[in-house]
Ligand binder design. Structure first.
Ligand code: ADP
Ligand code: MG
Length: 338
């Protein structure tokens, strides 16, 4: 793989906004750090550049930003389907990797929607029912190495398919302690990644107990409807139970999805949930966006779209997850006062 050509990129204008620096400062940084980039051929003014992820990493590190020293494990969980777990997994993972993080995506849903989103010809992944999945690791027929596919140099995937639907019974058979059924495997590879993102099935089962127990953070996407709101409370209760059963302390965050400020119900659910769970809410809300649907079904890179609410929202959410927003805010304030 060519780290320059095969990785996801960030537009220089987006990078400048993230660093919160003037255009000239960014140009200086490019020179100082010795960054290689790809000129954006579509740009008419010849200024736009696409900065490959490994170069973005160099720049962020040169500004003092530190990536996690050991993989932060994040599960996308919610006992209700259709709330945006998969969509969030796909776009956040992709964007994390664009920001230079080393990312492993674990598709833990037997529907395999995350896997199909990444099973693109452009990534050269040939995934079929023979492709090893997480189940094969649990049953001991494959090693972790066998099941990890490389979408890009710093975005890897453990795929899924319908055979994973027996994961629950295999975990029951093979693990005495559910809380380490998945963790013991992730621990073996946590030094290789900055983030491990797990897309969970919409269920409260043994597999999800194992996923939650392996996680540092659980992100719960909530759409503006009654069933999502009920699902959120059930999911939170389940996580509390897991924490108390296994003596764990897991961060819990809520991201509001499919938000439409023009809709009374959207606002109502947002206010209701924020009132009860204010401290758990991400500042970013993902607005409802038709291009989001298109990006996954048409298998396009959302972040190459010119304008899209979804693109901005997932960019902001990714920055919140990485702590980029806070880091550069603080740094710039400090420098301004110096
Ligand atoms: N912000 C959004 N705006 C519009 N449609 C969305 C948004 N997020 C998700 N969707 C659509 O909603 C459906 C369910 O999303 P998905 O991510 O598959 O949910 P889950 O994984 O929780 O079942 C998909 O068709 C997806 O394209
Ligand atoms: Mg899903």
């Amino acid at each position: 793989m060519d780290p320059l050509r095969d990785s996801f990129t960030i537009k220089s204008s987006d990078l400048r906004q993230t660093l919160n620096v003037a255009p000239a400062t960014l140009t200086d940084l490019f020179k100082k750090v010795g960054v290689s980039f790809i000129e954006d051929e579509k740009s008419t003014r010849g200024q736009a550049k696409n900065v490959p992820s490994n170069e973005v990493r160099k720049i962020l590190e040169s500004r003092g930003f530190q990536y996690p020293t050991k993989a932060k494990v994040i599960s996308l969980m919610m006992c209700k389907g259709g709330v945006g777990k998969t969509t969030t997994t796909v776009f956040v993972s992709q964007r994390l990797s664009s920001y230079g993080a080393k990312v492993l995506v674990v598709d833990a849903d037997s529907q395999g929607n995350t896997t199909s989103a990444f099973a693109l010809d452009q990534y050269g992944l040939n995934i079929d029912e023979e492709t090893p999945i997480l189940l094969d690791v649990i049953t001991g027929t494959c090693t972790l190495d066998d099941v990890i596919l490389k979408i890009s140099p710093n975005l890897h995937l453990i795929p899924s398919n319908p055979a994973n639907s027996i994961l629950d019974s295999k975990i029951r058979e093979n693990s005495k302690n559910t809380s380490i059924a998945i963790k013991k495997y992730l621990d073996q590879i946590s030094h290789l990644y900055d983030y491990i993102i797990i897309d969970c099935a919409p269920a409260l089962n043994l597999t999800n107990t194992a996923m939650v127990s392996a996680s540092d953070l659980v992100i719960m996407p909530v759409a503006p409807d009654k069933f999502s709101q009920m699902g959120l409370e059930q999911t939170l209760t389940e996580i509390s139970q897991i924490e108390s059963d296994f003596n764990l302390n897991i961060d819990k965050k809520i991201v509001f999805t499919k938000f439409d400020a023009r809709e009374f119900t959207s606002l109502k659910y947002l206010t209701d949930i924020a009132e009860v769970h204010k401290s758990k809410m991400f500042s970013t809300m993902v607005r409802t966006a038709s291009d989001l649907k298109n990006a996954i079904t048409k298998k396009e890179d959302l972040f190459n779209y010119k304008k899209s609410n979804a693109k901005d929202d997932y960019d902001n959410l990714t920055k919140e997850i990485m702590g980029l927003d806070k880091f550069f805010d603080k740094k710039n304030k400090k420098e301004a006062n110096a």
